[in-house]
Write a protein that binds this ligand. Structure first.
Ligand SMILES: [Zn+2]
Length: 155
């Protein structure tokens, strides 16, 4: 069994986009649940397999690790000094994929929030409060109001 687990962990690391059910993700889920928000998890049928899906509100939430998803200006967004080209290509691929998934979701009528792990670590209660406010604020104009840049909470 131990070998299987380590294989999974290794393949997760190699896939380059961090994991599901990370500590910050679980913390955010708990905070939302405590505020009465009900959700589904990791919907495989949706682009990017969003971490949290709020069908009722037409909302999907991604909890992004700062390193893998390149949180701009963040102290965790470092680049390893060995094989910089390799890492840069990997990071570029992640960011492109995130952007593509985001556009597809918005086109399909979803409102999309990105929450960075560092924000959850720094101020979970503030982040979850803002998020709940945003969730309840339906406008129907997801693509205009919630463009990629605009809904990185806390930025
Ligand atoms: Zn960050």
């Amino acid at each position: 069994m131990a070998d299987i687990v380590s294989k999974q962990v290794r393949s997760r690391m190699m896939s380059g986009i961090g994991g599901k059910n990370t500590k910050p993700e679980i913390a955010l889920r708990k905070a939302l649940f405590a505020k009465g928000v009900r959700y589904r998890l990791h919907d495989r049928g949706l682009p990017g397999r969003p971490d949290i899906v709020l069908q009722k509100w037409n909302v999907v939430i991604f909890v992004h690790g700062c390193f893998w998803h390149r949180h701009s200006g963040c102290k965790y967004t470092t680049t390893p000094s060995t094989r910089p080209e390799f890492w840069q290509a990997k990071f570029d691929g992640n960011v492109e994929r995130d952007t593509r998934n985001m556009k597809r979701l918005i086109t399909a009528g979803w409102r999309v929030a990105i929450v960075w792990e560092c924000e959850i670590k720094a101020s979970l209660s503030e982040v979850s409060e803002k998020l709940v406010e945003w969730i309840g604020d339906e406008t129907g104009e997801a693509d205009q109001r919630f463009g990629f840049q605009n809904h990185e909470l806390g930025v």
